[in-house]
Structure formats: C-alpha cells, structure tokens
Design a protein around this ligand. Structure first.
Ligand SMILES: *Cc1c(COP(=O)(O)O)cnc(C)c1O
Length: 383
C-alpha cells in the first residue's frame, strides 16, 4: 500500500511575490494616485516584457481572452477561421464573439497542435485566417502554417497562452504569424493574477489596440472607433513586475521537477510523456502524460479518479473538445470522423501537478502512487 497525501496536491500554485515587495509597489501606486489607464507601472511592465520576450512591441490586456478577442477584432476578419478543437474554450469563444465561424482541423498526434498538413484541405472562399494554439507550450509548425497562409492570403493568429518565454530556433514565439496572445492568468507560470498581452507584426496595430481597449478614446473630446474596456490596471501591472523577477528561478525549479517526473515515470508501462521540440526552449507551463489504456491497465479517467483518493488532483486539459460544444456540434468540421486524432487524444491526456513549490519527495510519491495503481490494475486485468 502507498500512503495518500495528508494535504491535497493541486495541479498548480500561483507564483506570487513576497508581500513586502508587493507592498513597496503598492506604496508607489498610492503615492502617485495613478491606478489605471496606461500608468507608469503599465509602461514599466511593457518594457520589461518586451525585453523578456524579445519582441518589438506588445499591448497589455485585462485578461488573455480579451486580448485574443480584441486582437482578432483589430485584424478585421470575416467568414471562417481554421482552428483546433483541442484547446481551452476561450480560443474558440474569441472567434464566436467576433462573429466568425470556426472550422475545426484535426491535431498532430505527437504535439497535439493543429495538424499543419490538414489545414489546406479546409480552406474555402470564406476562410480569412488560421488560429493555432501552442498547446502546452509546444510550438505549432509555424513555417508550414505560414506557407499555407501566404499562398491563400490568410492571417495567422497564435494563442500562445501556454507559451510564455518559449523560443523556437532562438526566436521568440511571439514573433510568428500576424499576432500572438499570451495569458497572465494566475494559473499561468508568469501571471498578473488576471491579465494578458498581444504581440503583433503590423506596427499600426499598436495604436489600434490601444484605442480598442480604451473605448476608442484618443483624446479628451475624440472617439475614433467603437471600443470597449479591456485595460490592465496598475495593481495588476505591479504584480507582473514582481512576478517577472521570480520567473527565471521558477523555470529552473520546474525544469528539475520535469526531469524528476521523467526519470520516475519512464519505466511505467502505458505512459507517454509529452516532450518538447528539439530546437525549442520549454514554457514549463504543464507536465502532461498520455495514458494508453491497454498497456497501463486502466484508462485516463480511471487514473484521474483514483489519484483523487490519494489527494492528488490532476486535470484532463482539454476535455471536452471545443468541437463537441452544443453550439458547434452540427458543423461539418466538428464531426468525429473528421477529427480522429483529437478524439483519441482527448481521452488520453492528463496534466500532473506542476509548480516550483512541489518538493522532490512529493514528485517521487506521486510517481510511486501512479506506479502502484498501474501494477495493481495490470494484476487485476490479467487475472
Ligand atoms: C488560459 C488560457 C486562455 C485564457 O486566458 P485568460 O487570461 O484566462 O483569459 C486562452 N487560451 C488558452 C489556451 C489558455 O490556456
């Protein structure tokens, strides 16, 4: 028998600054009385993030979803957008709120990203863009996608919510396609509690995004376009400034935890560990495994449930598929026969607890529990 944890082990724990450091930030904000509307903390955070992400420009938003929604809005798209069913609901909701129809494309069986080889066959006269997601921080096939987009004059947007700090061949992930959005939600490695950012290729979008997220107001008596309110406030920006200082150390810790998981899980039958691309620097956002029911002795859902008995809380990201939402399930592209890999993978993937604060001992115990469950399962199934 293996002991359960006394306290629940959750999937993640937000990276937060020390209260002292945060108080110093707050003191400055209180003294300046500038609490929102593009204040000094916003400006400071933009510079720090441009530096960290090595991008020329970026626009901050009150959350990643509004960044995506309004980023797409700024591109003035119409008709259909080819995207993945294997993502967080926000990706596809951002299309919906722009009056765009998603066309679901199946995913790659290794990276679980949109399958770049299947995009072209889904293009119609109504297609205006491709919306890829760097799932679990692993980059999409950006070169292939760009080639298809160039051939058909389509825009390329990336949901990079998991990809903060990812580099591909030494290039920042925020430099591919026409636009990339990042989420700074509390569950993301770098966070402002709620928040997000958009990076973009077309320099004129800088002003447009600024207008869109601030009611379209460009001066005391001028409103240039029908905007909305999606500003990051100064307190969120201050959290970001402090959390960003902690990111390098957190990445190191997660790197170590990732290695520890890999070492301890690799000999367990029926587990595939999702690894990163060779020429890529990881986002360390998630640690994800795939369960092969036959080899492991039980399916992902059963493992997910059993782990709860040991006080280990895992997540089935991204279950259910967006193509299964009732408002999309009748779309031709949403049919199961067109999305075989997505349907297979969504039943297999499991995200394990992953944050700098998990101890070596805890990781080891989680792996021992999984091994024990596997051994017991295979003993029962072979009886
Ligand atoms: C977290 C996440 C979002 C949403 O970001 P918020 O900042 O929470 O609005 C969008 N897409 C993906 C893939 C995400 O994981």
């Amino acid at each position: 028998m293996i002991n359960k944890f006394n306290e629940p082990i959750m999937i993640t724990r937000s990276l937060l600054p020390s209260l002292d450091n945060f108080n110093n930030q707050l003191k400055e904000i209180w003294e300046s009385k500038w609490v929102t509307n593009n204040g000094p903390k916003n400006k400071e955070l933009i510079e720090a993030l441009k530096d960290y992400l090595t991008v020329d420009d970026l626009s901050l938003f009150s959350n990643g979803t509004l960044g995506l929604l309004l980023g797409i809005k700024s591109l003035e798209l119409s008709g259909e957008v080819i995207t993945t069913p294997f993502t967080f609901p926000a990706t596809v909701a951002a299309l919906e709120w722009n009056g765009l129809t998603p066309v679901f494309c199946d995913i790659d069986h290794v990276t679980l990203n949109i399958d770049a080889n299947k995009i072209e066959s889904l293009i119609t006269e109504r297609t205006s863009a491709i919306l890829g997601v760097h799932v679990f921080g692993n980059p999409c096939e950006v070169d292939k996608i760009q080639k298809v987009a160039d051939n058909y004059h389509l825009k390329v947007i990336y949901d990079g919510a998991h990809a903060f700090g990812v580099k591909l061949n030494g290039n920042s992930i925020g430099k591919f396609g026409d636009m990339t959005i990042f989420s700074f939600h509390a569950t993301k490695l770098f966070n402002t509690i709620e928040g997000g950012a958009v990076t973009f290729k077309d320099k004129t979008l800088s002003k447009k995004l600024q207008l869109i997220k601030n009611f379209g107001i460009s001066g005391p008596e001028t409103v240039e376009l029908p905007g909305i309110n999606a500003k990051l406030n100064e307190i969120q920006a201050a959290v970001g400034l402090e959390v960003l200082k902690l990111v390098p150390e957190e990445r190191k810790k997660r790197h170590h935890i990732k290695q520890l998981y890999e070492t301890n899980l690799k000999s367990i039958p029926g587990i595939r560990i999702l690894t990163k691309h060779k020429k890529q620097e990881s986002s360390y956002q998630f640690f994800v495994i795939e369960i092969d029911k036959r080899e492991f002795g039980m399916n992902r859902n059963q493992l997910h449930e059993m782990l709860k008995d040991y006080n280990v809380f895992t997540r089935k990201y991204f279950y259910p598929l967006c193509s299964n939402f009732s408002w999309y399930q009748d779309l031709p592209s949403a049919q199961q026969k067109n999305l075989p890999i997505a349907h297979e993978k969504v039943e297999k993937v499991l995200s394990l607890p992953f944050y700098g604060g998990v101890t070596n001992q805890e990781v080891k115990q989680i792996c021992d529990i999984i091994e024990f469950i596997q051994t017991s399962a295979s003993n029962t199934s072979s009886e």
